[in-house]
Ligand binder design. Structure first.
Ligand code: PMV
Length: 330
């Protein structure tokens, strides 16, 4: 991808002739350890800061796309989604980027292993899987960087779901976003575990898109966020390189709490936590006081993601009976 290439020129230049009857793909969900929180460009999903995530192994989205009739037909987890629903409108807007002509529809069949819209990163794996499925349908064979840019246009965090493992999304500085893409880090960490602790599988009342925009524009705490994110990103890179779990967990937890603090100070405020979210935070801190290194992170929702090491899986499962444990590198 040449840096002088005009924005979206490569998108316009892609073949619109299907290479096979159906495109299929899987993309893993990802959990940010340093959050993406605030856009510098809303239309292109260009972030204010870089971010870093870890992917969720087999948990993610599986998508099949075919060229259909005159209008898009979207199925989510085996059920037709009405075209006016937010989910279908977002998918159709994304499909407009590659649609050969108005009046040509796509059939998209998508299945999420995790609840949709509950702060469990389904939009990340959803748009990444759709970008990959389109690449397969049309036989473009785009490289990871272009796929990440394409997925980013659907949902910012989707840029981090094209590749697996630890993934860093470079914020970039170009107005056209051609330098804003995610890349996998070379490090693996086989002992790392992520525990999904579901407090509520309900769709969140305020989308992350709306919450981060409102926070950026109205929160007195937002101006402190870019420096915090930059410092945390450096600590996380160091923790991953050195396999320093304490540093990784402490930094990820602090980053999540700072993100939520910025949105609490937005006007009107956004608070994603439910009473049970806070109960679990205290449980995590209690376990830590007793000597088990476990930390949490929380995205735009009420659910916690626990970070711990394989050797502590028994203690964590005993304290949190409903936890779903993922081994991202196993
Ligand atoms: O990609 P979006 O618009 O769903 O935003 C994701 C925002 C957070 O999940 C809260 C943070 C992140 O980096 O994933």
């Amino acid at each position: 991808l040449s840096t002088d290439e005009p924005a979206a020129a490569w998108l316009a230049g892609l073949a619109r002739e299907a290479a096979r009857p159906a495109g299929q793909a899987f993309a893993a969900a990802n959990i940010a350890l340093c959050k993406y929180w605030g856009k510098r460009d809303e239309a292109l999903n260009l972030p204010v800061t870089s971010s870093l995530s870890v992917s969720l192994g087999e948990l993610g989205t599986r998508t099949v796309v075919t060229v259909g009739e005159h209008a898009d037909a979207i199925r989510l987890n085996g059920e037709d989604v009405p075209p006016e629903a937010g989910f279908a409108r977002r998918a159709s807007r994304f499909l407009d980027l590659v649609r050969p002509a108005a009046g040509i529809g796509y059939r998209v069949d998508t299945r999420n292993a995790l609840p949709t819209g509950a702060g469990l990163a389904s939009s990340a794996s959803g748009f990444a899987a759709l970008a990959l499925a389109l690449d397969h349908l049309y036989g473009w064979e785009l490289d990871a960087r272009r796929l990440s840019i394409l997925a980013r246009l659907g949902s910012g965090s989707a840029s981090r779901s094209i590749e697996a493992g630890f993934v860093e999304w470079h914020a970039g500085t170009r107005p056209d976003g051609l330098d804003s893409f995610a890349e996998a880090l070379p490090e693996q960490w086989p002992e790392l575990r992520i525990g999904l602790l579901t407090v509520s599988a309900q769709q969140k009342a305020v989308s992350s898109r709306e919450a981060m925009q409102r926070t950026r524009l109205t929160s007195a705490l937002y101006p402190a966020w870019p420096a915090k994110a930059q410092a945390d990103l450096e600590l996380l890179r160091r923790a991953i390189r050195a396999r320093d779990f304490e540093l990784l967990g402490r930094t990820a937890e602090s980053n999540a709490l700072a993100m939520h603090a910025t949105s609490l100070a937005a006007q009107p405020p956004v608070l994603y936590w439910l009473p049970q979210t806070i109960v679990h935070m205290h449980d995590v801190w209690g376990l830590r006081e007793q000597g088990t290194p476990v930390h949490f992170t929380i995205d735009a929702g009420a659910n916690l993601k626990l970070l711990f090491l394989a050797r502590d899986a028994g203690v964590v499962a005993a304290r949190f009976p409903g936890v779903r444990v993922v081994a991202p590198f196993a």
